[in-house]
Design a protein around this ligand. Structure first.
Ligand code: CA
Length: 658
């Protein structure tokens, strides 16, 4: 009867050309556990969800690629659209795929979406004993404390691609481009300065956000030729990427090496954030999702084609119960099995608010203080209404999930879409209000004129923990390149001042600060705007830059130390921001100055006065009354008296009263 109903609904949908979502809503939902493989040496139990299948089968192989299946087993129909089979004996090291028959036609052979271990290039699942993937001491591995009371604003995030960190000749790292490379300690560049993991520890960040390291599609893991990709093309969500491991053919190795890396981070006091890309899959028609349950996991246009809010060919449907379940179980798995400390959701604006809040609630129950944030936008139109999606403007409806502030990002250095445009730090005075908007972490503040903010024309954050405070990330030109490209003819020394000013704004503003790897020594991508597959020559971090720009690196370390020591920079509520930050009324055009009431924030600094001069000339500021001291070991603010201070071009001043 149910089947008949499905067929009838299907016909009606086709006739009316209405959204196919109505049809998929009729599919039975499997609320149970145990999708995927449950292994013991005595038996293996396989379970998939495919409610429209007429038949389903499991194919077993000796290898992860090539050769013929040595056994094909029909699956039994289970509850709520599931299919399962239990095979006796120890199947360890056996590879497997699934096929389903729909409308009398067998699907492609695919991995199960819930698969946890795979062979080379993720083509086939691999039966493994997960307990054997644990490195020595794994049961004692603990995420370091980064905040006394789990405040997201106590975090300082550093965004890094695994390969970029070590692949350069001068990284001093042995396992170049691999998980194992980032687990190495005691590594130095040619001048004896710390690189890799030791560098991150020295810098003082709390969280390292790693670009995708789930199994992505674009890099041929079997190739000895150098290939490069950021990895925003998911293949198997619950498996680590093989090209970062020393042996992509063995399902155990990549898992073990990733865990070793995470454990090394934890031992250094660093937390690990995983970049997840649930918004689309690398393949559309031929993805494992779509082969097992055609259409279900994706949104569609009225004509039945894949909708494409991601600009990557398809758009998943987190609002469908089984996609929501998949996302939730996937992030929980990464936290429990790999001890992951946070997630960055790519194009989070594609996902619905309910899913994100469900995820936040479940993850916080398992790991209080887990850091969750995402891009509150999409790359195209979505059929799901704006009001339901996790967009920047809806962040107040999200619980414990922050969004990136593109307002501040572009206010600081100019729009990412307009190469030539300058920002506040490079002399564009009209962007001062956008920077002020960033200083207050997109919260409501009586001294911000929201009409003059570049993008958002209203405060969107309920609290500073809702906002990622940044000026650059892996996307678009890096800060240094953007400054070079938008300031032709400007002296290098001045560009460097702008760069330092930009990082000063990020690390003193409210919200959750976020740095892109290498910015602390002016990393360049040689002007390449989108380097997702540009190769190592563009993307590799050149560790000789650290020697060249060690003054900037030490300055950034100092800013991070200051931020961690002083709660005034890490306010936790919008009310604190409203009450304790006061902008100076009369300041020169192209500058900003403000005072923080440190006493109210229980800070050892009673008052803090901060000024940013984004202009090409030294500017004089009138100081609030009191005995001010210089917080920075910098010469830019040397010439101040008790009532006024000169701040050099493209520079910041940070003064305090104790
Ligand atoms: Ca892969």
């Amino acid at each position: 009867m149910k089947k008949l109903l499905l067929i009838l609904t299907s016909i009606i949908c086709l006739l009316q050309k209405t959204s196919s979502q109505a049809l998929y809503q009729q599919y039975p939902v499997y609320n149970g556990t145990g999708l995927g493989l449950s292994y013991t040496p005595a038996r293996s139990l396989f379970r998939i969800w495919s409610p429209t299948a007429e038949e389903a089968r499991l194919l077993l192989y000796r290898d992860g690629e090539g050769g013929n299946s040595f056994q094909t087993t029909s699956l039994l129909k289970g509850e709520s659209g599931t299919w399962w089979v239990q095979l006796p004996g120890d199947l360890k090291k056996t590879f497997y795929t699934f096929q389903v028959k729909i409308n009398n036609r067998w699907s492609d052979e695919v991995t199960d979406p819930y698969v946890k271990a795979v062979g080379v290039n993720g083509r086939r699942g691999m039966v493994i004993d997960l307990a054997e993937t644990n490195p020595a001491g794994w049961s004692r591995d603990k995420s370091p404390v980064f905040s006394k009371n789990n405040q997201p604003t106590d975090a300082v995030i550093y965004e890094l691609h695994i390969r970029d960190a070590s692949i350069h000749l001068n990284s001093g790292i042995a396992h170049k481009g691999k998980f194992a490379g980032l687990a190495e300690t005691g590594t130095v560049n040619q001048n004896g300065m710390a690189t890799g993991l030791d560098h991150l520890k020295e810098l003082g960040v709390t969280h390292v956000h790693l670009l995708p390291f789930y199994d992505f599609s674009s890099v041929d893991e079997s190739s000895s030729k150098q290939q490069y990709n950021w990895g925003y093309d998911p293949l198997n969500y619950n498996v680590p990427e093989g090209s970062f491991s020393s042996n992509p053919y063995d399902g155990v190795t990549r898992i073990k090496e990733l865990k070793q890396m995470i454990s090394a981070f934890h031992q250094k006091g660093l937390r690990v954030v995983m970049d997840v890309v649930f918004n689309h899959t690398a393949r559309s028609e031929n993805s494992n999702f779509n082969q097992l349950v055609p259409g279900y996991y994706y949104r569609h246009k009225k004509d039945g084609n894949f909708s494409n809010a991601t600009a990557c060919g398809n758009e998943t449907a987190s609002d469908m119960p089984m996609m929501r379940k998949f996302m939730l179980e996937s992030v929980l798995y990464w936290v429990k099995e790999y001890h992951i400390d946070g997630f960055r959701f790519d194009l989070m604006g594609v996902h619905d608010i309910e899913t994100m809040n469900t995820i936040s609630k479940a993850l916080n129950a398992v790991k209080p203080g887990i850091l969750l944030y995402g891009e509150g936008w999409t790359a195209g139109e979505s059929p799901l209404p704006d009001s339901l999606r996790a967009l920047k403007k809806n962040v107040a409806k999200l619980n414990g999930v922050a969004v990136f502030s593109d307002d501040l990002r572009d206010g600081i250095k100019g729009s990412v879409f307009d190469l030539k445009e300058n920002g506040f730090v490079s002399g564009k005075a009209s962007f001062a209000e956008s920077v002020k908007f960033g200083i207050v972490a997109s919260c409501k503040h009586p001294q911000v004129n929201y009409a003059k903010v570049n993008y958002a024309k209203a405060p969107y954050a309920n609290s500073p923990g809702d906002v990622i405070t940044y000026c650059e990330c892996h996307d678009n030109n890096v800060l240094w390149d953007k400054l070079v490209l938008s300031n032709p003819g400007v002296a290098n020394a001045d560009l460097k001042r702008m760069h330092r000013l930009a990082l000063t704004i990020v690390l003193t503003s409210q919200g959750i600060p976020f740095l892109h790897a290498g910015t602390e020594f002016m990393r360049s991508k040689k002007g390449v705007e989108n380097s997702y597959n540009s190769g190592d020559s563009i993307n590799a971090i050149d560790w000789s830059l650290k020697t060249e720009n060690i003054d900037l690196t030490r300055y950034v370390e100092q800013l991070i130390r200051m931020r961690k020591m002083h709660p005034s920079f890490r306010m936790t509520t919008a009310a604190q921001i409203r009450e304790n930050i006061h902008f100076d009324g009369k300041v020169p055009v192209g500058t900003i100055a403000y005072t923080i009431n440190g006493t109210a924030m229980k800070d050892s600094w009673k008052n803090i006065w901060i000024a940013f001069n984004g202009t090409s000339e030294e500017k004089t500021f009138i100081l609030p009354a009191g005995n001010w001291k210089n917080a920075l070991q910098e010469d830019v603010t040397k010439h101040y008296e008790q009532r006024s201070v000169q701040v050099g071009k493209y520079s910041a001043a940070i003064l305090f009263m104790d």
